[in-house]
Design a protein around this ligand. Structure first.
Ligand SMILES: Nc1ncnc2c1ncn2[C@@H]1O[C@H](COP(=O)(O)OP(=O)(O)OP(=O)(O)O)[C@@H](O)[C@H]1O
Ligand SMILES: [Mg+2]
Length: 271
C-alpha cells in the first residue's frame, strides 16, 4: 500500500522468512556457525532454541542455502506428524522411494540411503523445525535414525529447532538418551537496541528505500522496548509505522509516531 509513496521495490517488513532479507546479527551469525560446525564435523545431534519469532525458521533456510552440494538435506516443517508419516516425510525429502510404508521398511530405506551417501563422500542432514511440538515417540524414532555411524562420525546429522519448550521436552525421562547425544546447542537471543537499528536499516536497504526514510534514535528505542528485540514483532511494528507514515505523508519515523503505532496495535483507537 505504502510502497509507491516510499519508492520501495519490495515490502521491507513482511513476516515471511525470505532469505533475501536475511540480516546476520551476531546471534544469528553465531547460530549459523554452530550449525555449520556441527554438520561439517558430523556431530550427530544439534539443537537450536529461541523465543517465538526470534528467527529460527529463517535460520533453517539460511543454513540450507549455505550447505554445499555434497550435503543432502531434508527439512521437516510439520513436526507434529505421527511416527510413520514423519519417516515418510523424511524419506520423501531425501528423494527416497521406500518399498513399503511401514516403519521397518522406511527405516531400512533411510539407512540404505545414508550408507550410499557415505560411500559417495556425501553428508546428510535432517532439520526438524518446530521440534518442541514433536511427540516423544517421534523424537525417539529420530534418535534411532541417528544410530547409524562409523567409528568416527555420524551418518545423519539431526538439527532440532524449536521454541524454549524444546529444552523442557528434552528433559523428559524417556528422552534422556537423546538429550545426552546432543553435541551442539545454541539459543538464539533477541536483538539489542543497536542490533534493532541495524536490522531495520538492513531491511529498508534491501527493499530499496530512499535515504530520506529514517527511523530516528528515539523510535528505535521505543521499538526495542515494545518488541523486546524479537524480529517478527519488529516487522509488525515497523510495517505499521510505514503505513501510518504514508497516511501522514512523512518519511521520518520518530518516537511519537512509533508510540501512536504501538497504541493502535494494542487496540487503542487514537490516530
Ligand atoms: N536474521 C534475520 N534477518 C531478517 N529477518 C529476520 C531474521 N530473523 C527473523 N527475521 C524475520 O522475523 C520474522 C520471524 O522469523 P521466523 O519465522 O524465522 O521466526 P521463528 O523463530 O521461526 O518463529 P516461531 O517460533 O514462531 O516459529 C520473519 O519475518 C523473518 O523474516
Ligand atoms: Mg519458525
Amino acid at each position: 500500500m505504502y510502497r509507491e509513496f516510499y519508492r520501495l521495490r519490495e515490502a521491507p517488513f513482511n513476516v515471511t522468512s525470505d532469505p533475501a532479507f536475511l540480516y546476520l546479527s551476531p546471534t544469528h551469525m553465531e547460530a549459523l556457525d554452530h550449525l555449520r560446525y556441527g554438520i561439517e564435523q558430523r556431530k550427530g545431534f544439534l539443537a537450536i532454541t529461541g523465543e517465538i519469532g526470534a528467527g529460527k525458521t529463517t535460520l533453517c533456510r539460511a543454513l540450507i542455502n549455505r550447505l554445499d552440494s555434497r550435503t543432502r538435506v531434508a527439512l521437516i516443517l510439520n513436526a507434529v506428524l505421527p511416527e510413520i508419516q514423519l519417516l515418510d516425510a523424511i524419506a520423501e525429502d531425501f528423494g527416497i522411494v521406500p518399498a513399503r510404508h511401514t516403519k521397518g521398511a522406511l527405516v531400512r530405506a533411510i539407512n540404505r540411503f545414508l550408507l550410499e551417501q557415505l560411500s559417495q563422500g556425501n553428508n546428510a542432514v535432517l532439520i526438524i523445525d518446530e521440534a518442541q511440538n514433536m511427540r516423544p515417540s517421534a523424537l525417539e524414532t529420530v534418535r534411532m535414525l541417528s544410530n547409524l555411524e562409523t567409528e568416527k562420525e555420524k551418518l545423519l546429522q539431526i538439527v532440532l529447532v524449536g521454541q524454549p519448550q524444546l529444552k523442557e521436552k528434552l528433559d523428559l525421562p524417556e528422552l534422556v538418551q537423546l538429550k545426552q547425544r546432543i553435541a551442539v546447542r545454541f539459543h538464539v537471543r533477541a536483538l539489542s537496541e543497536q542490533e534493532v537499528a541495524c536490522y531495520i536499516k538492513h531491511r529498508l536497504t534491501v527493499a530499496g528505500a530512499p535515504g530520506e526514510l529514517v527511523f530516528m534514535e528515539g523510535a528505535i528505542q521505543a521499538i526495542h522496548l515494545y518488541t523486546g528485540g524479537i524480529p517478527r514483532l519488529i516487522n509488525i511494528l515497523a510495517d505499521k509505522a510505514l503505513l501510518r507514515g504514508f497516511v501522514k505523508e512523512t518519511f521520518i519515523m520518530d518516537v511519537d509516531h512509533i508510540r501512536t503505532c504501538i497504541k493502535e496495535l494494542e487496540g487503542e483507537t487514537e490516530t
